[in-house]
Design a protein around this ligand. Structure first.
Ligand SMILES: Cc1cc2nc3c(=O)[nH]c(=O)nc-3n(C[C@H](O)[C@H](O)[C@H](O)COP(=O)(O)OP(=O)(O)OC[C@H]3O[C@@H](n4cnc5c(N)ncnc54)[C@H](O)[C@@H]3O)c2cc1C
Length: 475
């Protein structure tokens, strides 16, 4: 047993929950390892959701969901400021045509001690001029935010690594045995030892629980599909717009994203764990969108995606295993899991028997500032100092070669095109990577010093090149 491979806590699953747990435990001085089977953190539900930090008016009072949502919402501003992650307090409106429903939601908000107001149609129209005709009232939640869910997760995990944590990707668990109060965790890559283990594997929870000999839970999966719209100026979405369930069915939402696009969705369809987009799902969104606002031009939709919710009964499961000593079970973290993740991390820290007090003199992550966000004067200066910033890689998002190199040199070293996209937005624009894909691949090869066959789009099995088709003479 080498000292390097012994950890206080091993975390399985690098979504927003596992990343927040890793971050908190590292900040209190614990030696931690996070393993994930994927090629990056934030590749599960944490990359494919609405990106909302919910205010907390919705969960049933006194449930774990309500408590963790409200605490998580309070933790976000300070955390994002420290990490240099953009967070916009744009607020949320829950639109409807039924005063009784509005009253119920308002009462729930008050019970959860969340700041809420009741608005009439005139007030809503001042904020949302394109409002659908049947909307008569709304609940306004002031303390709702938007955030990039994947960039937040990456930053939380990166900061932990900067402060001594280890993240190991593309790990396949083989076996876990407890020997003399320490877990021996065998993966296809290595053997690790840990005093305690946290299972935050999301959709893979039961698979991991089986190996840990811990509680398994019946899990339900529900797919949510979305449209992503271009950064258009012909339509104004000033805040997140939800619909209350109406006589016409359960609604969808429209929200601005932190990067200036807007999202329309999600559906909620019983599914397996696979993400896919269907014509039925997209039709449903098109139809329901008309019930929120008028005049959406679907020609400005640039992409569709889906994420899978993992549900276990009515509430989150965050507990000490009763059958596997030293194991923490985190299961069924559906919405508002993104919001709750920092609070889940605090709860897990206490369940592991540690105090929340953080160490002093922890290192701060270098704030990401993309070239396009700099003033003209700073751009000229930077181009003089480093010619990589004079070369545009992604035309739609105006991302430079310098930005891509910075993305590849963050604490967690990645080697996939989508991982670069999540770190600097290259490929997120209207042409969806048509122009920059090969340039990003070339940069990954150079920075990682790997062969082109090793570069993936996302996970194992998505290698972008399989072999040569002809030799190129570069002379
Ligand atoms: C459509 C949709 C919309 C949502 N909108 C919101 C929202 O606006 N606001 C909000 O607060 N919440 C929202 N949520 C909920 C939120 O996205 C989730 O609660 C959150 O992302 C869950 O994070 P996680 O870390 O538990 O899971 P994941 O992000 O799924 O991470 C689990 C990780 O475990 C890894 N893993 C799985 N099996 C194994 C294994 N055997 N070995 C190693 N690693 C493994 C996976 O690769 C993955 O990286 C939404 C969810 C969906 C699907």
């Amino acid at each position: 047993m080498s000292k390097n491979n012994v950890f206080d806590v091993l975390i399985v699953g690098g979504g927003v929950v596992g990343a927040c747990v890793l971050n908190k435990l590292t900040r209190i001085g614990k030696k931690c390892l996070l393993i994930d089977k994927a090629s990056d953190v934030a590749t599960g539900a944490s990359k494919a959701n609405s990106g909302l930090v919910h205010a907390g008016y919705d969960p049933k009072p006194n449930t774990l969901k309500a408590k963790l949502n409200i605490r998580g919402n309070k933790l976000y501003p300070k955390l994002c400021k420290r990490l240099g992650v953009k967070l916009d307090k744009c607020g949320a409106l829950v639109l409807g045509d039924d005063e009784t429903q509005l009253d119920n939601l308002y009462q729930r908000g008050l019970e959860n001690k969340v700041y809420v107001e009741k608005w009439d149609r005139k007030q809503i129209l001042e904020k949302v001029p394109d409002l659908a005709d049947h909307i008569t009232c709304a609940l306004y939640a002031r303390d709702a935010y938007i955030v990039s869910p994947y960039f937040f997760t990456i930053s939380v995990a990166d900061e932990a690594v900067l402060n001594g944590a280890k993240v190991s990707l593309e790990e396949d668990l083989v076996s876990v045995e407890k020997k003399d109060d320490i877990f021996e965790v065998v993966t296809k890559k290595a053997i690790y030892y840990a005093k305690q283990i946290v299972n935050s594997a999301g959709a893979g929870y039961n698979e991991v629980a089986k190996l840990l000999k811990a509680e398994e839970y019946p899990l339900e999966f529900r797919r949510g599909e979305y449209f992503v719209f271009d950064k258009i100026k012909d339509f104004n979405v000033p805040c997140t717009l939800f619909t209350m369930p109406t006589k016409l069915g359960k609604g969808v939402l429209i929200t601005p994203t932190i990067d200036g696009n807007f999202l329309l969705g999600p559906t909620s369809t019983e599914s397996d764990t696979q993400t896919k987009v269907t014509s039925e799902g997209l039709d449903e969104i098109r139809n329901k969108a008309q019930l929120i606002v008028k005049n959406i031009n679907f020609r400005n939709a640039i992409r569709q995606f889906s994420g899978v919710r993992v549900i276990s009964g009515d509430d989150f499961v965050v507990e000490k295993s009763k059958v596997a000593d030293g194991v923490i079970n985190i299961a069924g973290i559906c919405s508002p899991g993104l919001t709750s993740a920092p609070a889940i991390a605090e709860m897990v820290t206490k369940l592991l028997g540690f105090s929340l007090k953080e160490k002093e003199n922890l290192k701060l992550l270098k704030k990401r500032v993309l070239f396009k966000e700099l003033s003209k004067a700073k751009q000229i200066q930077l181009c003089k100092e480093n010619k990589n910033y004079c070369s545009i890689v992604c035309k739609c998002e105006e991302i430079t070669k310098g930005d891509v190199i910075e993305a590849l040199n963050r604490p967690i070293k990645v080697a996939s095109v989508d991982a670069v996209k999540r770190r600097c937005n290259a490929g997120m624009g209207r042409c969806q990577g048509g122009f920059c894909f090969t340039k990003v691949v070339a940069q990954i090869i150079k920075e990682r010093k790997i062969a082109y066959e090793q570069v993936k789009k996302e996970n194992r099995g998505s290698e972008v090149c399989l072999s040569d088709i002809r030799e190129v003479n570069n002379d």
